[in-house]
Write a protein that binds this ligand. Structure first.
Ligand SMILES: [Fe+2]
Length: 327
């Protein structure tokens, strides 16, 4: 499974407070069947001042620790971006990390306040869409105003937003009302992805297996696959495309189901899931294939741009393929 929303980086938000705790959460995720996780620390002005650069740096550090310890979890990074009046400036300053591009739109995990839907949010969402940024709304089923009136989500859906619900909400961990809204959205097939929103090992672990089983039982295996495997793979495709990445390169596992939604492009052969040069499309290592257009890796998850200044090899040598992109 691929978890699109979790807080695994140490000491930068309300997730784990130490590297040891982060590693414990990663072990929990792996034991639960999660092979890939896009970490999404909070970006919330005045509370959590994370930026694209700081998240990339901390994600690289955690990935190094995972690799060194043999914990089989591949990390990507984005952010859970709080909807505030500073959002437009953050975007213009390029402080926001996105999941990646799907159908011409950068996908951004957008968090509403927990208690209500701010008046004017629709206008901001429309502005985002005009900037070719598509909000993936984080856990709408846990918004107290939405819980009272789920119809509040409809204008956002019609504007082009996607919805991410929490696995724990599906299984009742966040109360009856959140569960009812989550189920209502599932019934209407309005959910784009299910993620853990994992924060800690006890109350909110990074786990999806129970939700997967519940959705597979109630809505079919195909739906569970789509919500926790296929669509997340498409959204985060550019973050995990390594030829060494067996889980993502197994074509049969990510074959798109018939009648897929527009955002579910060719999963097994789509851009980003095959080990091709991101600049010219050559197959694999630029030097080996004769490609001369590779100069510097532009991938969000490539560690080479941030790893050298502060990590000493050989303990944290990144996968060979990532060096190859930067040859
Ligand atoms: Fe979150």
């Amino acid at each position: 499974m691929i978890d699109l929303h979790c807080h695994l980086l140490p000491g930068i938000d309300d997730g784990p407070t130490s590297m040891q705790e982060s590693l414990e959460l990663c072990r929990i995720a792996v034991a639960d069947g999660i092979t890939h996780a896009v970490v999404t620390p909070h970006i919330h002005p005045g509370r959590w001042g994370n930026t694209r650069a700081s998240i990339q740096r901390d994600c690289a550090a955690l990935q190094c620790e995972l690799d060194a310890l043999g914990i089989a979890l591949q990390l990507g990074f984005a952010a859970e971006v709080r909807l505030t009046d500073e959002l437009m400036g953050q975007i213009e300053r390029e402080e926001i990390p996105y999941y990646g591009e799907v159908d011409g739109y950068q996908v951004m995990l957008l968090e509403f306040p927990h208690g209500h839907v701010i008046p004017g949010s629709e206008q901001l969402v429309n502005w985002l869409m005009r900037q070719k940024i598509r909000p993936l709304i984080a856990h709408p089923e846990r918004n107290r105003q939405v819980m009272k009136n789920p119809a509040l989500l409809q204008p956002f859906i019609e504007a082009g937003c996607w919805l991410q619900i929490t696995g724990g909400a599906v299984t009742g961990h966040f109360g009856e009302r959140a569960q009812a809204v989550a189920r209502q959205l599932l019934e209407a097939d309005q959910v784009t992805a299910v993620a853990s929103d994992g924060h800690n090992s006890k109350a909110r672990p990074p786990a999806l297996q129970q939700a997967y089983a519940s959705i597979a039982s109630d809505y079919g295996e195909g739906r569970a696959q789509r919500l926790m495997n296929e669509t997340p793979a498409t959204i985060a495709a550019g973050q995990f495309d390594s030829k060494d990445d067996k889980a993502l390169s197994t074509g049969t596992r990510y074959t798109a189901s018939p009648g897929r939604r527009p955002w579910q492009k060719s999963i097994s052969g789509g851009r980003g899931l095959s080990p091709t040069c991101p600049k010219c499309g050559c197959a694999g290592n630029g030097a080996a294939s004769g490609c001369r257009r590779l100069s510097r890796c532009s991938r969000a998850t490539c560690l080479s741009s941030v790893i050298r200044p502060w990590i000493t090899p050989p303990r944290c040598v990144p996968p060979a393929v990532q060096w190859a992109w930067c040859a």
